[in-house]
Each structure stands twice: as C-alpha cells, then as structure tokens.
Design a protein around this ligand. Structure first.
Ligand code: NAD
Length: 497
C-alpha cells in the first residue's frame, strides 16, 4: 500500500528535504478512512536545519536588504498566486481534514486577504521621534523584526491559521519555520511552490513536518528561535508557553473554546436558529469558535429547540468534496474516538440526545469517520459536556431565566474565545457584549473573522491576539536610538539627566 502513496518531504532553504530519520508517516483521508499520502517524519536535526536556514535568510542574502515596501510587494504577489490556486489548495486540505470543499474553498479564496492586508501594512509601521527632556538630544525609535519565528498550526484550518502568523511576521521582516499539524501536512507543499514563484528568497519560509513532541518542541526549544505563534489545544499550548517561558521568548497562543450562543426571546428566532446551527455544525463542529453551548431564554426553550432540531435534521452528510454536503466527517481517528467518548459522558451525566448521539451509519457516510450531528437538552452548565471542548458536532442546550443568569452561565467556563448574542434589543445586546468574557462577541451573527479584526482568547483560550493592525507588533521589537548633537561630553563621572 505504502508504495503507491504520494510523498511529501519537508522544505528547507528553498529545497525539498528528506527527513533525517529516514522515516515517513501516513496521512489519512477522513472520508474513506484510508491513507493517501506519506509525510516526512521530522526530528530535532531537521528542526535545527530549518532554523539555521531561516537564520541565514534573516541575516544574509536578499531578504534583509529589502525595504518594507518591497516586502509588501512580495506579499501581494503571493496573495495573487494563492487566489489563482485556491481551488487546488482547498481540495488538498479536504483530502487531509475532511472539511467541506465548500468551506475550505471559501477559506482559500479569502486567505489572500491576509497577505494583502499585512502586505499593505508593511511600510506603514512607524517609529517615533521622542520629545525627549534633554538638551541637544535626538531620540528616536526603530521597529525591528525579531528574527526567526516559528508557526505551529492545528489541523482544522491549516493554511488559514498558518497565514494568520506568516503574513504579519513576513511583513515585519522576520523569517519563518512552519510546523503544520501531523494530520494536515500536505497543502503547505503547494503553498511553498507559490512562495517560490512569488520570489521570496530561499530560507525565508521553511517547513518541517512531523509530530509535536518530536519536532514541534525542538523548534520552540531552539536557541535561535525568537518567537512562537501557536494555534492548537489548551494542553499543548501550555507546554509551548512553558518552554517559551524557559527560553524567555514571546509566545502567542490561540487555544480552545466552549463558546455560548445566547438566544433571547426577543430575537428573530428563525435567523437565530440558522446562526446556532451554523455555529456548531459547520466544519463538523471542529472550529475553536464552535458555538457548542446554546443558552436559550427559558420561556422560548421548547419552541426554539424545535426550530434548531428541524434545521439540524435537514443536514446532508456525505462526501466533503460534494458541494451539496452539509456535514462532513470528523478529521482524525483520535478525534472520532474523543467525540464518541464525550457523547457517552454526556448521556452518563443525564443529558438527553434530541437527535444524533452516536457514530453515523448512513450509507452516504461509507467507511468515513462520521458522527451524527447531536443536540443534547437537559444539560446543566456544571456537566463535563458543558465545560470541556468536544471539537465535534455536539450542541448542549442550557436554559436561562434573565440577562444576569445568561451572563453568569456564559462566563462560567475556563475558556473565553467567543460568544454569540441573539436579540432585537440593541441596548441589551451591547450591555451583554460588555459583560461577556470572550475575545470575540458576535451580535445577531456568528463565526465572522477578518484580517483587520483582532481575534484571540480571554482566560484559557489564549494569550495575545492575531489579526488586526496591532498584530504586526507581535513580530517587532523597539530599538531606541539616542544621538547627542552637542559635540560635547560633560564630566564622565556625573550621570546626565
Ligand atoms: P494540538 O494541540 O494537538 O496540535 C496543534 C499543533 O501543535 C500541531 O501541529 C501539533 O503537532 C503541535 N504539537 C503537539 N504537541 C506539541 C509539543 N509538545 N510541542 C510543540 N508542538 C506540539 O491541537 P489540534 O488537535 O491540532 O487542534 C485542535 C485544537 O486547536 C482545539 O483545541 C482547537 O480549539 C484549537 N484551535 C484554536 C484556534 C484559535 O484560533 N483559538 C483555531 C483552531 C483550532
């Protein structure tokens, strides 16, 4: 079997790189449950090679000679190339993570905007002349890149989430080593061909593939790495932060969530029901911002749940490449097992599955890793199903009495990534938005992201922000330059104030 699988090597210093271990691992198609590719199993020696290549590109050759406008122009070229290859890139990601072509295609058509936004920002980040309190002195700041930055990505939106890191880091003048998820390591190979075509010098972006503990941690621990940008689970994020802390380098962390969609009786309930269903069943619930808790005002509980159930029952499952499919498979076998385990935990806690509740056996699901879209009622916020991230198509419905109780339940989790509010009362919408502990709050909509809108987590959902103008500062450090213009130096034994 292995002999017929396409091979995906690493990409270091502009060249395909075989793994130092000589080992390869299989990448599976979640729709068939079968392997379709072989990916290089990188190790510490490969992390070293990649970081050294990135360091060489940061300090020598063409890249450090480019001015910010020229770097921006390269990002624009890359954006155009990604746009031209969006369909192929999206299809590769579907083969690896089983998300819908409709979703991944749209994502890949949108990804160029990150390179355009940050490409445009590259030459607009200014230092300052400081109004200094000393005579004959000019004091100014220079924003300077950090050096080699590492991007570690999860499997659910591989190139989108990698781009959230690459675009600002490159605009700022850094070089990069990217470590994709071991489950979705293939689309970056086509992406890297586009990087080369755009004209980036070799070594500006390098890719190592493999497992987190073997090659991901080796990157974080590498003495030449100046910053880590991580997206993934809370458990891994805290290991990465610990290792970065030991090395005294900054780490931005985008982690998990247990986000509430809060529906008030005065909402447009038909619109809210669509938002709730999209929030949890899109991407088979495998998004960090999945609206996995439906908080619904007590007096409309039954009527609203009926609306959501009716919509959820129309979800067509099947081949993610088919544009008519609504819900695809779960991306990985361990994830399938985890979701099924949580279904049993929820039932054991007394939650009632109104639909779903188990593995999908519909004929159109074939041998794939499918879970039935599931809606539990009878959930109390203290249950594990309401507190822990499932990362699958599983919605927990929790009633509330009034605004205060809605906010209390919404905030009563360790996470704080996102929240949705559905109401026609403008004052209430803004009052509740201000009280929610969440990095993103959507009012009468859900799951919107954009390159110019800051994104990130409160509490255990993360550290720092991605997207938005300030993000470029994550990849810069400030140098302060002092010039004495007096041609004089008073007593060397007296401090000048
Ligand atoms: P994960 O933490 O298992 O893996 C993420 C990445 O970290 C992978 O590339 C993995 O190889 C690497 N890794 C694993 N162990 C490592 C280690 N010891 N050192 C360094 N790197 C290591 O997460 P996942 O299962 O790929 O992704 C799902 C999680 O990601 C969910 O919790 C989800 O909520 C979160 N997520 C967050 C966001 C966000 O923006 N907040 C977006 C998408 C996904």
């Amino acid at each position: 079997m292995a002999g017929v699988l396409e091979k995906f090597p690493m990409l270091i210093d502009g060249k395909a790189a075989e793994p130092s271990t000589g080992a390869w691992f299989e990448s599976f198609n979640p729709y068939t449950g079968q392997p379709w590719a072989l990916v290089a199993r990188g190790a510490r020696a490969d992390a070293d090679r990649a970081v050294e290549a990135a360091h060489k590109a940061f300090t020598t050759g063409e890249w450090p000679k480019l001015n910010a406008t020229q770097r921006g122009a390269l990002l624009f070229k890359l954006a155009d190339l990604i746009a031209a290859h969006a369909a192929e890139l999206g299809a590769m990601e579907v083969r690896d993570n089983g998300k819908l072509l409709a979703e991944m295609g749209a994502q890949m058509r949108y990804v160029p905007q990150w390179y355009r936004y940050f490409g445009g920002l590259a030459d607009k980040v200014e230092g300052a002349v400081i109004p200094i309190d000393k005579p004959s002195t000019l004091t100014y700041t220079r924003p300077e890149p950090l050096g080699v930055c590492v991007a570690i990505a999860p499997w659910n939106s591989p190139l989108l989430l990698t781009s959230w890191k690459l675009a600002p880091a490159l605009a700022a003048g850094n070089t990069m080593v990217v470590k994709p998820s071991e489950f979705t390591s293939t689309s970056i190979s086509l992406f890297m061909k586009l990087v080369e075509q755009a004209g980036f010098p070799p070594g500006v972006i390098n890719v190592v593939t493999g497992f987190g503990a073997e090659v991901g941690m080796a990157l974080v621990e590498h003495p030449r790495v100046a910053k880590v940008a991580f997206t993934g689970s809370e458990a891994t994020g805290s290991k990465v932060a610990e290792a970065a802390g030991r090395r005294l380098i900054p780490a931005t962390l985008e982690l998990g969530g247990k986000s509430p969609n809060i529906v008030f009786a005065d909402a447009n309930l038909d619109v809210a029901a669509k938002g709730v269903v999209a929030g949890i069943f899109a991407a088979t619930g495998q998004t960090c911002i999945a609206g996995s808790r439906l908080l619904v005002e007590e007096k409309i509980h039954n009527a609203f749940v009926d609306k959501v159930l009716a919509l959820a029952r129309t979800a067509r499952m099947g081949d993610p490449m088919d544009l008519g499919t609504h819900v695809g498979p779960v991306a990985t076998q361990p994830q399938l097992e985890k979701v099924l385990k949580y279904l049993e935990i929820a039932k054991g806690e007394g939650a009632k599955p109104m639909i779903g509740g188990g593995r999908a056996s519909r004929p159109e699901c074939g041998t794939g890793w499918f879970v039935e879209p599931t809606i539990f009622t009878g959930v109390h916020n203290k249950m594990r199903i309401a507190q822990e991230e499932v990362f699958g198509p599983v919605l927990s419905v929790i009633p509330f009495k009034d605004d205060d109780q809605a906010v209390e339940i919404a905030n009563d989790v360790l996470y704080g990534l996102a929240s949705g509010i559905w109401t026609s009362n403008l004052g209430r919408a803004h009052r509740i938005a201000a009280r929610l502990q969440a990095g993103s709050v959507w009012i009468n909509t859900y799951r919107s992201v954009a390159p110019m809108a800051p994104f990130g987590g409160y509490k255990r959902s993360g550290l720092g922000r991605e997207n938005g103008m300030e993000t470029i500062r994550n990849y810069l450090q400030t140098k302060c330059v002092w010039v004495d213009m007096s041609d004089d130096f008073p007593s060397p034994f007296t401090m000048r104030i």
